[in-house]
Design a protein around this ligand. Structure first.
Ligand SMILES: *[C@@H]1O[C@H](CO)[C@@H](O)[C@H](O)[C@H]1NC(C)=O
Ligand SMILES: *[C@@H]1O[C@H](CO)[C@@H](O)[C@H](O)[C@H]1NC(C)=O
Ligand SMILES: *[C@@H]1O[C@H](CO)[C@@H](O)[C@H](O)[C@H]1NC(C)=O
Ligand SMILES: *[C@@H]1O[C@H](CO)[C@@H](O)[C@H](O)[C@H]1NC(C)=O
Ligand SMILES: CC(=O)N[C@H]1CO[C@H](CO)[C@@H](O)[C@@H]1O
Ligand SMILES: [Ca+2]
Ligand SMILES: [Ca+2]
Length: 578
């Protein structure tokens, strides 16, 4: 007898099947490389561009359509390349412009699109623009956000112009002895914010984009986009932000409601302008569509605005979907997963030129399995690859790398160091940035050096590496590759409608088009559970094949099930039936 417990939710979230031919990015599989950690070509313990170029055939093997690189530009490396001192030059540890030209050639030959990181919210304080701005050079003096501050009438002391705090704690205003004014930095002190209210800044940054387009890149991923604009009144003052009521243990760092330093409407228009620049560039120069990916940790509604506005302006093709990163953890129920999937699909703009995207990990988060559940690597990859639209994978998640514990002494992430030895772990981004694990030779085949910039996770010796997984049937890597291949080859996955169901332990995804159905059952509960197609759907066939199974599923790949059969899905496991 079948006992039916738990909640049973079904709401169709359907993507209208389109007849039009897809542009290259619309069903793209993207891979994020953290350049410092992918492959070291010259034995200094630091990944580099030649190393990346040498490993591009691996991305082809995975079936990737595009790759995006975290910053490779000239930088004093206070924030590992997110502090740029020259947007059109390459950081010496990573290589030269000639190495990038070669990488572009390799990518074109393999048919993989190359996306570079674009970090517009700030430069390094060593950028010549900043040095000239600080020296009051007439052209550059307003390239950054400067203010004399205000005089406190009780103490007579000079104070910052507003109460704004930086993302890295403490005031966002830094006094410059040289210029005798404060400058704004939403990130580190060494990362002064550019002033986008100055048309010359807007122009110079467009020139940076054109420089890279001319060299042959296929798009940019825009960093920290919500922080581009801040409120400044016409009389030059900056309004305080209301205190949110939440304070940290460290003196002087209460959180604010960021009504004046985040998500300002001007930001969206800037992204729409960049889109127009890319469109006209492609019109003029030919070639495939150049794309914009945007990184914005903000509300769903504000993230979706990066797609475009109701007045026909268009922005980012890939406004990174961080709903899973923001709201899902090891304790989330299948209903929680369903909520996040449906929220994106149901709220995104309906026009067929917009497609959903799914991001579960990146260089700012702990590893996927450390957040979603240590045994759920395959199940999460299965979910991402079987959902409609664009899939994004952070390097190493295809072989299911996990966080490496790193002592405070070995910590190099400035954000974590700022938190001190007792609190660094919560925000430390080093554990998910350890070197890529290629094989079981020394240093996991990442480097010939005896010391790498971050330690290598020793689990490469226990089989967590590309070479061993490639040779093992049913390994994480082989599951991943199979999923990517299916996603590319099945019309039902390319164009089919999507329905999600949360039932007790199971998250069930149905994809359907014409006379084809495909079912995914993922067990995000605490117990094993049977999945019976007939219990949820009107089956179009009598017999289904288990075409992909996670390594912990105990289901034999290729086994046939009737639509009335029980498919026993163990906890943390997943299965695709078609
Ligand atoms: C960036 O570096 C290039 C190559 O060294 C140089 O030609 C250019 O002037 C630099 N840009 C700035 C703004 O200093
Ligand atoms: C400081 O001076 C301003 C302008 O005169 C006044 O509005 C404000 O109340 C004074 N603040 C204090 C703390 O006295
Ligand atoms: C500057 O303008 C703002 C907004 O109009 C106003 O609230 C503020 O009092 C003004 N400050 C000064 C110093 O004039
Ligand atoms: C970290 O470094 C300090 C100073 O060099 C040393 O005293 C301490 O023992 C080290 N801690 C660990 C856990 O290695
Ligand atoms: C919240 C956010 O996006 N912060 C980013 C701001 O920019 C710095 C430097 O690019 C990044 O390190 C932060 O992650
Ligand atoms: Ca190197
Ligand atoms: Ca800014």
């Amino acid at each position: 007898m079948k006992i039916f417990v738990g909640i049973f939710i079904i709401i169709a979230a359907s993507i209208v099947a389109q007849a039009a031919k897809k542009d290259w990015w619309e069903r793209g599989n993207f891979y994020q490389i953290y350049p410092r950690s992918f492959k070291d070509s010259d034995g200094d313990g630091i990944g580099d561009i030649k190393g990346i170029a040498s490993m591009m055939p691996y991305l082809k093997e995975l079936g990737m359509d595009g790759v995006w690189l975290s910053p490779i530009f000239k930088s004093p490396m206070i924030d590992f390349g997110y502090d740029i001192s020259n947007y059109t030059d390459i950081h010496w540890e990573y290589g030269t412009l000639a190495d990038v030209d070669n990488l572009i050639k390799v990518c074109k030959r393999l048919g993989i699109k190359l996306i570079l990181d674009f970090v517009p919210n700030h430069t390094s304080n060593q950028h010549p623009w900043f040095l000239k701005s600080e020296a009051n050079d007439p052209y550059y003096k307003d390239f950054y956000v400067w203010s004399p501050g205000k005089i406190n009438n009780e103490t007579g002391e000079r104070e910052p112009p507003s109460n704004w705090n930086s993302l890295f704690r403490f005031t966002a205003w830094q006094w410059s002895e040289k210029r005798q004014e404060y400058y704004l930095h939403q990130c580190l002190i060494e990362q002064p914010d550019l002033n986008y209210r100055n048309p010359n800044v807007v122009k110079e940054m467009k020139n940076v984009l054109l420089f890279w387009l001319d060299r042959g890149i296929d798009g940019v991923r825009v960093d920290a986009i919500p922080y581009i604009f801040e409120t400044q009144y016409e009389n030059g003052t900056f309004p305080d932000e209301p205190v949110s009521g939440l304070c940290t243990d460290v003196e002087g760092t209460c959180y604010h409601n960021h009504i004046h330093t985040k998500d300002l409407v001007e930001t969206y228009n800037l992204v729409y302008d960049w889109h127009d620049l890319f469109v006209s560039y492609t019109k003029e120069h030919g070639g495939d569509t150049r794309i914009i990916m945007t990184e914005a940790y903000t509300t769903l509604e504000k993230t979706l605005d990066f797609y475009g506005n109701p007045f026909g302006r268009v922005g980012s093709q890939v406004p990174f979907n961080f709903e899973m990163i923001n709201y899902i953890n090891v304790n989330s129920t299948p209903a929680d997963y369903k909520t996040q999937i449906d929220a994106w699909i149901n709220n995104m703009p309906k026009s067929s030129e917009f497609v959903p995207n799914w991001v579960v990990g990146n260089h700012d988060q702990h590893r996927v399995v450390n957040r979603f559940g240590i045994n759920r690597g395959d199940a999460i990859n299965m979910m991402v690859q079987m959902l409609p639209g664009i899939a994004v994978t952070y390097y190493g998640d295809e072989i299911v790398m996990d966080d490496l514990w790193i002592s405070f002494n070995d910590t190099v992430d400035q954000l974590a160091i700022n938190m001190g030895p007792d609190n660094y772990w919560a925000v430390d981004r080093d554990p998910a940035r350890t070197p890529m694990q290629w094989d079981k030779t020394a240093m996991a085949g990442f480097s010939t050096s005896k010391k790498t910039w971050l330690p290598v996770n020793p689990n490469y010796l226990q089989g967590v590496n590309v070479k061993d997984e490639r040779n093992k049937l049913g390994s994480h890597l082989n599951v991943f590759k199979k999923l990517v291949r299916m996603r590319k080859n099945r019309k039902v996955l390319q164009d089919g409608s999507t329905v999600t169901i949360a039932d007790n332990n199971l998250l069930i995804i149905k994809r359907e088009i014409d006379n084809t159905q495909l079912f995914v059952a993922l067990n995000f509960g605490k117990q094993d559970q049977d999945f019976v197609v007939n219990d949820y759907f009107v089956p179009l066939k009598k017999l289904y094949t288990a075409s992909v199974v996670s390594d912990n599923s105990n289901i034999r790949q290729g086994r046939f099930f009737r639509s009335t059969d029980k498919v026993k899905v163990p906890k943390d496991a997943g299965v695709v039936l078609e």
